[in-house]
Design a protein around this ligand. Sequence first.
Ligand code: G1P
Length: 285
Amino acid sequence: MTIRPLRKAVFPVAGLGTRLLPATKTMPKEMLTVVDRPLIQYAVDEAREAGIEQLIFVTGRGKSSLVDYFDRGFELEATMERAGKSLSALKGSRTTPGDLISVRQQQPLGLGHAVWCARHIVGDEPFAVLLPDDLMVGGALRQMVEAYNRVGGNIVCAEEVAPEKTASYGIVTPGETDGNLTEVKGLVEKPKPEVAPSRLGVIGRYILQPEVMTILDTKETGAGGEIQLTDAMAKLIGKQPFHAVKVDAVRHDCGDKTGFVLANLAIALDSDELGPRVRAFLAGR
Ligand code: G1P
């Protein structure tokens, strides 16, 4: 089996962010700040650290600021330089021309549809998918790439979810487990707890083979009437290697208000600069 190198990553960022309203009324949720960077930059930093060379944003109306953010702020940089200010404050917020490509998802038809919108840019290569809502601290994609380089095929990031939460995740029917890798025998999108095949939930990181795009071409709908990535991935099981990997990283679900606040707190507490004051504040409550 030849394992083709992973160079591209798709970021589905067209969502409306309704769980974070009113903050997201005019501001993309991916641009909301976690400590000192917008949420999207955490996912981009993670992808870069995993060796990704090409970033593909699947955006929608009102999401142009995401692409602008990674542009070179020419006037800003020139002004800062003239004032003798260090450009290090802009770390990670710039891409080399050609490294970031954006396509539009014109209608909210589901995650599978969002990924399918990137098909011409992905072409005939394996690709990663990163859902920025899941802020991962600890290099999740890098660990998945390490697993991919051993077993190839398709890989989803997974963790045990609370029994009552299966209806919020893609759930794996597990096969044999070897270390942090579990064979995927089946996948079902958002099953109710009483019919869930396990508690092994897919979280927002994937490494997929390009054949999934051909399956997505059929535009079949599934749970919630949406075109589900989970359903398309399920059709690859048995045809290509398919594994779930448990990574050594902490996940913050920034898709809702509590997760967002906890992400800010956890990252601030870990920061040398902010940690002591935040800790002292919390101790005094
Ligand atoms: C999506 C996927 C689901 C996955 C989840 C991870 O759901 O459809 O399979 O478990 O992301 O965050 P969403 O959270 O967009 O409803």
